[in-house]
Design a protein around this ligand. Structure first.
Ligand code: A2R
Length: 316
């Protein structure tokens, strides 16, 4: 039976991915820095800090996964500016520790590495949908660390490790931290509707355009990428994108239109990123052609469920 180990399983993506892997019939194990307070039935847990090489080796030796989806990372761009050492240690050295452990303890395991569309950085200034052959010009420590991890991974691929690199574009959905834009909007709307916040929405750059995907669609892509392990020949790198660019102002308008109260908007300079790019959009032809994957969830539905999630929370 195929046995998938998910690192970073307690994170935003990991929680959704575990459900999809179980539904697809995989045996699933998860590696997390702390025990999951509500563990899923049938999922084995390993406590693992990927910055610890011997712990990575011991985990892989014990679990012997056939597949690994490596999500564990410092994933928040502002955090990568505040704590670059933590970011590089986790995203680069942590990935290297895991790959060394794969090489030694589970050499046949197939690795799906969750990189990021952020690696394209300055290349987005061309204003066109970028494909996997576009230049990578990272504009922040997070993006640079993901690109460095990709380079390391490619060396392991050359030495016989099997796997692929995924570059997901902006994925959103229930459970995402309000440090990210759509979750921040949803949280504020929920708080305004319950009179916990004045009816003024604090926003950052609304003019930026981004390629948004539902996290469920991104996880479906990861699950499909696992199937490449049955093939001998496959591309090593895949964009996971919708191919559509949406202005953040339009997303805000859509979410406010779904609100039950009148809301005004105020610019918060602290929410502006130091090196923002006006338009980021991805070309997803490769994953569509190779695996038949395409996004299935309309953005409006994702935004509605995001809002419903924040309205239902007592800790918003
Ligand atoms: O900090 P924790 O305990 O919540 O765990 C986070 C985990 N993580 C680590 N795991 C093992 N060893 C470490 N040193 C370590 N540092 C962080 O990675 C968390 O559960 C997970 C990342 O989750 P999120 O920040 O929610 O990221 P998200 O959105 O789920 O993204 C998944 C992946 C990341 O690699 C992104 O860079 C990529 O997709 O695009």
């Amino acid at each position: 039976m195929k046995h998938v180990l998910v690192t970073g399983a307690n994170g935003f993506v990991g929680k959704v991915l575990l459900g999809q892997l179980l539904a697809a019939g995989y045996r699933v194990s998860c590696a997390c820095t702390t025990p999951n307070p509500s563990p899923r039935e049938g999922v084995e847990q390993a406590i693992l800090d990927i910055r610890d090489p011997s712990a990575c080796a011991a985990t892989l030796e014990r679990l012997k996964p056939t597949h690994i989806i490596h999500l564990a990372a410092i994933s928040h761009v502002p955090t990568s500016f505040q704590d670059p050492l933590l970011t590089w240690n986790t995203n680069v050295m942590g990935s290297l520790n895991l790959l060394e452990a794969v090489k030694q303890k589970a050499p046949d395991a197939f690795v799906v590495f969750a990189s990021s569309s952020e690696v394209y950085g300055e290349a987005f200034k061309a204003g066109v949908a970028l494909d996997e052959s576009s230049p990578c010009l990272p504009m922040n420590p997070y993006a640079a660390s993901k690109l460095a991890a990709e380079l390391a991974l490619e060396q392991y691929f050359k030495q016989g490790v099997r796997g692929v690199i995924a570059r997901p574009f902006n994925h959103i959905g229930s459970g995402q931290s309000p440090d990210f834009v759509t979750a921040s909007f949803a949280r504020q709307i929920a708080r305004i509707e319950s009179a916990e916040q004045a009816p003024v929405m604090q926003v950052g750059n609304l003019e930026a355009c981004r390629d948004f995907l539902d996290v469920q669609d991104v996880c479906a892509a990861y699950v499909q990428l696992l199937k490449l392990s049955d093939r001998h020949d496959y591309p090593r790198l895949f964009n996971i994108a919708s191919g559509q660019s949406r202005k953040i102002r339009d997303i805000l308008d859509e979410m406010i239109s779904q609100s039950t109260v009148a809301i005004s908007v105020e610019l918060d300079p602290q929410r502006l990123r130091p090196s923002d790019i006006p338009v980021a959009v991805g070309n997803c032809d490769r994953i569509r052609n190779v695996l038949g994957w395409q996004p299935t969830i309309p953005l409006e539905d994702t935004l509605a469920s995001l809002l419903a999630d924040w309205r239902s929370r007592t800790d918003a």
